[in-house]
Structure formats: C-alpha cells, structure tokens
Design a protein around this ligand. Sequence first.
Ligand SMILES: CC(C)(COP(=O)(O)OP(=O)(O)OC[C@H]1O[C@@H](n2cnc3c(N)ncnc32)[C@H](O)[C@@H]1OP(=O)(O)O)[C@@H](O)C(=O)NCCC(=O)NCCS
Length: 240
Amino acid sequence: MEKPADVSIPSGFSPIISGTMVGPWSIHTPSPGTSARNRQHRCGDGWIFRRRPVHRAGPIAFAGKAMTSTTSPFPEKIQPQLRAIRPSDAEALCAIFNMPGFRRGTLRMPFEMVEQVERRIAKSGQETTWIVAELDGKVVGHGSLVVQGSPRRSHIGEINIGLDDGFVSMGIGSAILGALLDVADNWRALKRVELTVYADNEPAIRLYASHGFEVEGRHVKAGFTEGRYHDLLSMARLRF
Ligand SMILES: CC(C)(COP(=O)(O)OP(=O)(O)OC[C@H]1O[C@@H](n2cnc3c(N)ncnc32)[C@H](O)[C@@H]1OP(=O)(O)O)[C@@H](O)C(=O)NCCC(=O)NCCS
C-alpha cells in the first residue's frame, strides 16, 4: 500500500512499454460504433483496445459475498502508455496523491507537497522500479515495485499502485500491475511479491486476486482513514 513517508503479467497480459507494443494487443482504426471512452485513447495512427486477459482468477470472498472475476461489471478496458517515472512527473503525481479517492485507498496524508514527491523520485535507486501510466501524454497513475534491501529478503518485492480518481475502473491498474509483475518475474527473479490493502477496497482486492495474489492475513484496525480505524489485508503472490 502507498505509504505517506516513502515514497508490486500473468499470461494473457501484454502491456505497451515505452511506446513499444510487446504483446497480444490490437490497434485498430476506430469504427463508427467505437465508444467515446475508447475513442479518446489514441496511439500513433490507431486506437488501442485491450484484449481481456486469458487467465482468470477463481472466485474470491469479499464482504461475505462470493466474487468471481468473470462477472466484472466493468467491461470496457483501455491500455495506457507505461514508462519510467521522471523528475518532471512530480507535480502531476502530487496532484494525484492529493485526490480523495487515491488517499482513501492508501496511507497518504492530505496536502502532500510537490517537493516531497520530488525528493522521493530523486531518492529512488536500483531497488525500485517506478512507472507511470499516461493517456494522451497525461499522467493518470503510477506503480512501484520496491525490492527488500536485506540480502536474506532480497527475493521479496513490495507493490504500490494508485490512479487519478477520474481514471479508475478502466483497466489501467491491471496494466500497471501486469508490467510490474513482468519485471518481478522476468527481470528481477523475485519469488514473493507482497502488498497491503484496505479490507474494504474491493477494486484493489479484485485487481490483485486476478493477478494471482492471495490474502495472507488481516491487520485489525491498522489503518486510520477519514476519522475511523479500518482493517488492512496482507496479500502476496508466490513464485517458488
Ligand atoms: C485500486 C486501483 C489501483 C485499481 O485500478 P483500476 O484501474 O481502477 O482497476 P481495473 O480497471 O484494472 O480493474 C481491476 C479489477 O477491479 C474490478 N473493479 C474495478 N473497479 C471496481 C469497482 N469500483 N468496484 C468493484 N470492482 C471494481 C475490475 O472489474 C477488475 O476485476 P477483474 O480483473 O476481476 O475484471 C485503482 O482503483 C486506484 O488507484 N484506487 C485508488 C488508490 C488505491 O486504492 N490504490 C490501491 C492501494 S492497495
């Protein structure tokens, strides 16, 4: 989970990284029936449509109800451009950090300062993969994978993801997480990727479950948000 002081691709997912299409995504010229939402996400000479992932997670329990990832009420998905973060992203990122929906899902404080974000970007080193998602050149979200510093825990990475409140439920979180898991599996050889999430953050829990994360435990009243204590869940994805 996104913390206040510091600054995690299953088969079937293939993001566009730094403008290069690396997987089974299709670019089409928009047909007259193309929805307004898809039409605004243009790339080069075409529009990008995201294929639904082949891998589907099994049912997971949420708030006493069984949820299956095959019954998503959010069918329209788009594919952002993903690239490494730059120092010049600090202002855009800070604006996202200060959005109420973002703050509600993370451990961030109100009124975060651009200078704090600048410092965090400058401080991040080779233990960190930190990317942003762009649509039409606008930063609409970010995600980081931070590898543990201790040699005996260097097989572990922690994931943080968050989006602009206006761009949730469009598949951007899935694209960011898929790219970070590709780095974890195929470039850093991580065995364990972990995160914490509010127990009532349904979109986030669905996202992580559909990418192979499982709930490992519950931290009762561990997060303070909007004047109340909330439970947090530990989730992890293992590759031993
Ligand atoms: C959590 C977050 C990263 C998810 O990214 P997203 O782009 O909105 O999610 P996606 O569109 O990729 O969808 C992911 C899954 O959640 C489901 N989902 C999306 N929005 C949902 C909603 N409002 N309610 C329930 N489920 C939802 C999707 O159907 C999808 O499930 P599926 O893979 O089984 O089809 C994003 O909502 C966000 O940034 N929220 C604010 C900050 C935050 O909570 N960060 C997480 C900290 S742990």
